[in-house]
Design a protein around this ligand. Structure first.
Ligand code: 5RP
Length: 262
């Protein structure tokens, strides 16, 4: 691997090989998502505990301080909305010069496998990889399911992750599912887990993050279950302990409770 590519990946993934990426990109198709109405205010208290931030160029310019050294994963796909005809019909929303100008450490885009726009989104990924590899910028592929959350099973997610890796993604973001080890084993590049919609309890999140890490994920790209929680700092500290300190779900719950009450 070229030095530049290796250096950017090392900025985002600390030396233990694990990572906590913080996505606040939801507005690019959902608008002002609950608790992300003012992204600068949402991110400020939790940013110190994230290894990288996943963000669009608009939110980067408007809400993140340019003197920060926090690695940026730039969301570079979009062009659709919750109220439009089809969330899968995304294009690439920026170009490689902008990514370099913004000093991003990586680029992220969604792929929509099994939809009418499968081919477009996979060719978007391929084009992005072509540009990224030229300049040493890694691509994180997001295996998106749109509104069809029930698609999140090992068979479908293994297919998506493997295809993303085959097309050149350096990291793949997917969902945790039952038999998650099948997803990780079939994917020759590192896998990170998204959180999805907010779960009923904190322990539910700690359990699936812990299980996913045990089964080979290198970390998370997990947003709503942190910043939509009543106590986002307690939540991110607890999840960070699972990822970087091998905390059990029960230990993470203790960290959450003591931080929240402390
Ligand atoms: C939104 C995304 C998010 O980055 C991803 O879904 C992770 O966020 P959450 O944990 O809230 O699901 O790709 O389009």
């Amino acid at each position: 691997m070229e030095w530049g590519m290796a250096n950017r990946l090392a900025q985002m993934i600390p030396s233990d090989g694990r990572c906590l990426f913080m996505p606040i990109d939801h507005g690019y198709f959902q608008g002002p998502t609950r608790r992300l109405e003012e992204p600068g205010k949402t991110i400020a208290p939790i940013m110190p505990y994230a290894d990288a931030v996943f963000v669009t160029r608009g939110v980067l310019r408007a809400a993140l301080p340019p003197d920060s050294s926090k690695p940026i994963i730039l969301r570079v796909s979009g062009g659709t909305s919750m109220v439009g005809a089809d969330l899968a019909n995304e294009g690439i929303t920026t170009d490689i010069e902008e990514v370099i100008r913004l000093n991003a450490s990586a680029m992220g885009l969604s792929i929509f496998i099994g939809t009418a726009y499968e081919k477009e989104s996979l060719l978007n990924l391929s084009r992005l990889v072509n540009d990224g590899e030229k300049y040493g910028i890694p691509v994180m592929a997001v295996t998106a399911v749109g509104r069809e959350l029930e698609k999140r099973d090992a068979r479908y997610l293994s297919l998506c992750c493997r295809i993303a890796a085959e097309l050149g993604a350096r990291i793949v973001k997917t969902y945790w599912c039952e038999d998650f080890d099948k997803v990780v084993k079939g994917c020759p590049v590192p896998v990170v887990m998204a959180g999805g919609p907010k779960t009923k309890t904190e322990l539910d999140v700690f359990r699936f993050v812990h299980d996913g890490i045990q089964k080979g994920a290198i970390g998370v790209n997990l947003g709503r279950n942190i910043w939509q929680n009543e106590h986002p700092v307690a939540m991110i500290k607890a999840i960070r302990a699972i990822i970087h300190d091998d905390a059990t779900p029960e230990k993470a719950q203790e960290i959450y409770d003591s931080t929240k009450n402390g």
